[in-house]
Ligand binder design. Structure first.
Ligand code: 1PR
Length: 591
């Protein structure tokens, strides 16, 4: 049974309940004192933990979770429940010290996380727990916080358990930052929890990383290559941490959690040789969701954004139920799933509770990243109550989303930014990426191709097109639209992409109205233009009709992922066939 007590996150929000650090009963105050004095004195040489008595691993089916309320830990909760475990939420530092096994799924940014841990006494408790070699699994930021400090909005001091400084990936080395996607590990030592991973891909999403050094080499259990070698997991005794997200890494990720929870499990699978070696290209299934005329929430699909049947009834095309289809695509091998609430621009998204329900239900059984978009903006409802876009995003994250996709509102923000040259910090894009990190914010662009005769005809980026326009025009620009393609705006896709990258977008979902639903392939000219212009990952979207279209977009452009909808919904091409084709073409994918 799940513990009914409030998680630590809710305690943090009511500050008067915070325990003072002096009230902590550390299990080993003397060792903790020495440990911290060592760090405070700037002595960066880590002293190995003393051989303090290790608590025998519990056979109970509960696990303690440190959730300090900075983001989506619903996924890890769902994964733990899926594995048959109940969850005890940390409410006091004592809960950490008394845990049989502790999972710390760090989310958000380094500085606010350390701030909360320090102010609540959790930092001391964590150090003591780890120094006593008690079963611990840190995830993502939960790995980074173990290091001495981070450059993220810093330097900011970390827990100081492991020597080293967490720094940002160097995008000047030609890599896209954030590092988003499925990457391979180089497993260096027997780490137990990675026994089933072998050469398979796991899911990463981060901009900061710790790098291997002589001082921390004893901790490292695997590294990952992304422009450089960085630390993807650590293990010492019963202390584990992973930079990737096991709860988002499909069945392989679940096996990592299972092995942490059941340390004595025999190895079941021999690591596969010669498969994963680097960042894989992603194949994403997209579900455009809206309410049909009967009031049911359905997955629909447009033909150049027109989602109504060409029949007398003119009904909204109904291609299935969102939760069922998402579950199916997960089983079929989709690397990510996107939900776009395509009428969100005219309704208030939090009034659209079915979408929240869709996320909640989907995230119970789907263990790959989920993106949700549609209608993310500041909103004042009929009674005059104001909701910030941050509140809307927070509700989506709490309900199981990993990323938020912003369409129309990002166009307005970019226009404003280009006009004034000032980042106000107030746009939904800026606010959400500041609080949740830019890796959590996707900007969805809905451009339409506009042919011109001459590059100087418009004040936007014009390209020479591969296929001339209807009147022989050799050039085109890509006009951004809002409100589901209904309104063209005075900004091109190129200008928008550059502006939103500046404003804090972590990824671009690049649709194309002309190609949407046509099955004739992606707009290679457009995808090339945008993926060559920004340093963040670009998802090519609109127009996939065959597996060959996927290999084409990866061969001819720098897209990091390709997204399709219609061919998957109509069961014309299974996701697995796309992956097999990409493998045959020697394009690395997650299998
Ligand atoms: O502007 O923040 O409210 O966000 C609205 C979101 O809804 C945007 O991301 C926008 O792209 C999307 N949207 C709005 N109207 C439509 C529509 O179709 N009428 N769908 C719509 C856009 C585009 C793709 C589609 C691909 C692949 N769908 O995501 O799935 O084109 O399709 P295909 O493989 O079948 O060719 P806001």
């Amino acid at each position: 049974m799940e513990a009914t007590a409030a998680p630590f996150s809710s305690i943090v929000s009511s500050r008067q309940n915070l325990p003072s650090s002096s009230s902590i009963r550390a299990s080993s105050p003397a060792s903790l004192f020495l440990f911290q004095k060592n760090i405070a004195n700037g002595n960066r040489k880590f002293k190995p933990p003393r051989s303090l008595p290790v608590r025998a691993s519990s056979t109970s089916d509960s696990v303690t979770l440190l959730d300090y309320g900075a983001g989506n830990v619903r996924s890890i909760r769902n994964a733990l429940r899926h594995l048959g475990f109940s969850i005890k939420d940390v409410q006091t530092p004592g809960d950490i010290l008394n845990a049989d096994r502790l999972i710390f799924p760090g989310v958000g940014a380094f500085a606010p996380a350390m701030d909360v841990l320090n102010k609540t006494g959790m930092a001391e408790a964590l150090c003591t727990y780890i120094e006593n070699d008690r079963p611990f699994l840190g995830i993502c930021l939960g790995l980074q916080l173990l290091f001495e400090s981070s450059e993220e909005n810093g330097p900011v001091k970390g827990l100081g358990v492991i020597p080293g400084i967490v720094g940002r990936f160097d995008s000047s080395a030609g890599i896209r930052v954030p590092h988003i996607g499925w990457n391979a590990l180089q497993v260096g030592k027997d780490s137990e929890i990675l026994d089933d991973v072998g050469n398979r891909h796991v899911y990463f999403v981060h901009s900061y990383r710790a790098i291997p050094s002589d001082e921390n080499k004893d901790w490292i259990s695997s590294t990952c290559n992304y422009g450089e070698s960085f630390i993807s997991s650590i293990k010492r005794g019963n202390v584990h941490a992973v930079q990737f997200h096991p709860e988002k890494s499909g069945e392989v990720g679940l096996s990592v959690l299972r092995r942490f929870l059941h340390p004595k499990l025999p190895a079941t699978q021999k690591p596969m040789e010669g498969k994963a070696s680097k960042l894989a290209k992603r194949v994403i299934a997209c579900l455009d969701v809206r309410t049909n005329d009967k009031g049911d929430l359905v997955v629909t699909k447009g033909d150049q954004y027109d989602v109504r049947e060409q029949s007398n009834e003119n009904e909204v095309r109904n291609l299935g139920k969102p939760v069922d289809l998402a579950g199916q695509y997960y089983k079929d091998g989709a690397d990510e799933i996107s939900f776009l609430n395509i009428t969100g621009f005219r309704d208030f998204p939090l009034g659209d509770l079915p979408m929240i329900q869709v996320l909640r239900h989907t995230s119970k059984n789907v263990f790959v990243p989920l993106t949700v978009g549609g209608g993310i903006r500041d909103f004042t409802d009929a009674s005059g109550r104001y909701y910030s876009s941050l509140e809307v995003a927070a509700e989506y994250f709490r309900s199981g989303a990993d990323k938020i996709s912003i369409g129309s509102d990002a166009v307005y923000a970019a226009e404003e930014f280009i006009k004034s040259g000032v980042k106000t910090g107030k746009s939904s894009l800026e606010q959400i990426s500041r609080v949740y990190g830019n890796q959590a914010v996707v900007v969805s662009i809905d451009p339409r191709r506009v042919y011109v005769n001459h590059p100087d005809d418009v004040p936007y980026k014009v390209i020479r097109v591969t296929n001339p326009g209807p009147n022989g025009e050799e050039y085109a620009w890509y006009q951004c639209t809002v409100s589901g393609g209904r309104e063209g705006r005075p900004i091109g896709a190129f200008e928008l992409a550059k502006a939103v990258e500046e404003l804090g977008a972590g990824e671009i979902l690049l649709n194309c109205i002309d190609c949407d639903g046509q099955g004739k392939g992606f707009d290679i000219d457009l995808v090339k233009l945008i993926s060559d212009s920004v340093g963040i990952p670009v998802i090519a979207s609109s127009g996939a009709g065959t597996p060959r279209h996927f290999s084409e977009v990866f061969e001819k452009t720098n897209a990091s992922a390709a997204l399709a909808a219609g061919i998957f919904h109509r069961k014309e091409v299974p996701i697995q066939s796309v992956k097999e084709h990409l493998q045959e073409e020697r394009i690395e994918v997650r299998i």
